[in-house]
Structures are given as structure tokens and as C-alpha cells.
Design a binder for this molecule. Sequence first.
Ligand code: ASP
Length: 291
Amino acid sequence: MKHLITTSDFGSDEIEALFEDTRMFNDLQSNTYLSGKLVVTLFFENSTRTRSSFEIAAKRLGAEVVSLDVGTSSRSKGETIFDTVANLNAMKPDAIIIRHSECGLPGSLTDKVDCPIINAGDGTNAHPTQALLDLFTIVEHFDGDTQGKKIAIVGDVKTSRVAASNVKLLPRFGIEPIIVAPEHFKFNHNDFKQVNSLSEVIDEVDVVMSLRTQLERHSEVYYASLQEYAKDYCITQEVFGDRDILLLHPGPVNRNVDISDEMLEDKRNKILEQVTNGVAVRMAILKKLIK
Ligand code: ASP
């Protein structure tokens, strides 16, 4: 049985086939590919987009969805997560979609269940469906010609699971990540070019991905206020100029901290296109994994 824990679970050919289905699902909304199937979502961390995107994806495929409310579940009565998942598995769902703050937790469940596990984000580790929808958005924008393209990933790269998944996935399709961050948000290895400011690389990149500062994952306070961070890292019209660059963000966006109001209105910003593609990519993933 196949699971989706990190993007390396899918080979490049599989991703290309997945994107064929994604294109089909972007045109074909509701269908019956998964009618009679049951999908469980189990979110131990907050989510707006990812959870609703998965639920809409499953429903558009004709599946039933049960979303466990972890606040009122037996977890609050002291049950371990492994026992919660074993009990859910005994009810024979066709897939379990899980988000948790602990790195590696979704991967540790795969040998305890009889259905695919889909990682909807584990701590700072991985967010494979987000990276796949980001890649899809880039592929479509450049008509499949991604070789040699460069992407600036801006902000809290070190604690972002979105960045962690993208820097592994995008180079497989010829896209070079360049990290733009203050020292405390950079990777502590030099596998990628890392610079301090977007203006240093703005003339060489094709895509800019802005990230939210992951305050909930920091053990230290780096900024008295996010306005301090925004002075150097907010994506503005001034830094973009009239360059032909695609602007992405996984959401939620902190307005005028991550991206200025003006750039959120700009045609080069494809954030809502990412959200639309997210449903179609997740439909393709559910179709692929659920037998
Ligand atoms: N929604 C993304 C995530 O779950 C990005 C973020 O929260 O900043 O990682």
C-alpha cells in the first residue's frame, strides 16, 4: 500500500501522471471516482486551507468524510495517538489524513493501519501536498518548462515545513531554490545559495515564494514586533518593480508583513490559483492512493 509522507514517496513519473489527473480535476469538478469510500481527517494543529481543501477534494470525488474533532476526542481523556489511530483504523476507513506538530508522526503510523496515511503537515518536517500544489502551479505557469528556473524562498525558511518540502521537490524538476532570510531563519547547511535580501537576487529569479513567520514554533523571540521583520522582508511593489515574476505564498498571509496590500492585488500574485490547484492536486492524490 502507498502512503504520502514526504514528496520522495512519489517518483517523478508518478508526479507527472498525478499532474495529468490534476488538470482533469481542475476542469471536471464533481465526479464519482471515490463513491462509497470513506476518508478520515485528523488535524491536531490549526488549519483552514489544507483541511477544507482535503474535505472538498474528497467530497468532489464522491467520498464520505469524517473529520475528527481532536478537541473533544478521547485524546483529551488521555488516549495515546497510536490508540486513537488504531481505533479509527478498526472502523475501516479508506484513507487517514493527519496533521500533527510532531515531526515524523504521520510516518510512524503507516505500519499500524490498513489504509493510506496522507501527511497534511508534521511540525517543521514536511508538507508534501503543499509542495506538490506549489510545483503544479509553477509547472502550469511555465507551460511545463521548469528546467533552469530559479525560486527565491523568502522568510522563515528554517522552521517552515513548506520550505522543507519544496527544497527537496523543486530541484527534481530543474528548479533551483535560493534562500532569502535573516541569519536566524536560514538553513544551517549550505546546500542552497542563501542571501540576506531579495534585492540581491531579484534579477535572476523567476518565482518568489513568501513564507509566514512561524511564531508558534520559535523557542526564542527574534523580533519585538513583526513590523521589524517586515521592513526587510515584506514583498513590495518597490522590490518587484515591473519584473515578470510569479509570486506565491502557502497561506495564511500576514498582510503587510509577508506581502504588501498592493502586491496582494497584483496580477503576478497567484496565491488564489495555488488554493484552486490545491483542491485538484489533492483530488488526484486521493484517487491515486485509495484503491
Ligand atoms: N499553511 C502552511 C502550513 O501548514 C504554512 C503556514 O502555516 O505558515 O505549514
